[in-house]
Design a protein around this ligand. Sequence first.
Ligand SMILES: O=C(O)CCC(=O)C(=O)O
Ligand SMILES: [Fe+2]
Length: 366
Amino acid sequence: MVIKTSIEFDPYTERKAFDETKEGVKGLVDAKIAEVPRIFHVPQASLTEKKPSVSVSDLEIPIIDFASVHVDTASREAVVEKVKYAAEKWGFFQVINHGVPLKVLEEIQDGVRRFHEEDPEVKKEYFTRDNANKKFVYNSNFDLYSSSPSVNWRDTFTCYLAPFPPSPEELPVTCRDAVFEYSKHVMSLGGLLCELFSEALGLESEILKSKGCLKGLSMLCHYYPPCPQPDLTLGVSKHSDNSFLTVLLQDNIGGLQILHQDSWVDVAPLPGALVINVGDFLQLITNDKFVSLEHRVLANRQGPRISIACFFSSSKHANSTVYGPMKELVSEENPPKYRDITIKEYTEGYFKKGLDGTSHLLNFRI
Ligand SMILES: O=C(O)CCC(=O)C(=O)O
Ligand SMILES: [Fe+2]
């Protein structure tokens, strides 16, 4: 039998103690800790990954202007060409003139800030890990008890908005109106994105919608408190998204990076823009034509940083629909690269694994 001495590091006990405060990372910062606790330290291997071998300063993810998308056929085709390039080569792009009013963007950011900066005793009432039954889930690190190698410097609340929207009373008043309003706009932008992605695949505009890509919507509202030792930890560990596509609103602090051709490339904040990325399910059903790129968020001395990630994925109400590479995109020369899976099967594995730096999609490759 191994007897633990008190100086031994027991990550489970320390993670649990952190969890039981129900105050998240913001609670640590409010208590004015000067050093990042051990459970947040990233392993040495991930630390060295912070130093890309290639300079990233001259690389920029594509910026696409949607202003002309409804003007005429030629203008739309030009946008579709850019979306195709971005989805195939980058998996990420920023959109300007996306149709979501600036005021709505400001209000959702304010709402997210209001909730996270609310009296801790009020916030604690919403603290839960019951993703199965609750439509508003506030905690720090959804994967705290998984095999993730370190805890991230971030708190999050998630609103599960579609296919079964919450009743107003299920959301806190601090962010309720802003969440409903922003989600309406994100839903309609999601519709346009699905059309453009379908056209970029050379298929009929409605095909991705007909596959159920827009059925589920979850809004993850992140709060990254300022970090006293940002080189020791991360805001979000390397991962790809458990979604068909993700619509991300970030503020002006920065820190989001994508792993493009073995280099970490900054997604520089662009005021008023939305960041769009291909998620794992879109990579799977397009048989790798579109790529779901790995990304991460650095911790920062500045802050708090606020971001809102809207995941189009029906993981919460997973049904029996089976997804595999679309028959329209496979042939004898280009056989399916993935086996058929249900979103439930995928998501259960994703949650169990946590953000451990490996791609869950690889587990389904033929
Ligand atoms: O905060 C960000 O910029 C990115 C968050 C993210 O990658 C996620 O929620 O999956
Ligand atoms: Fe992500």
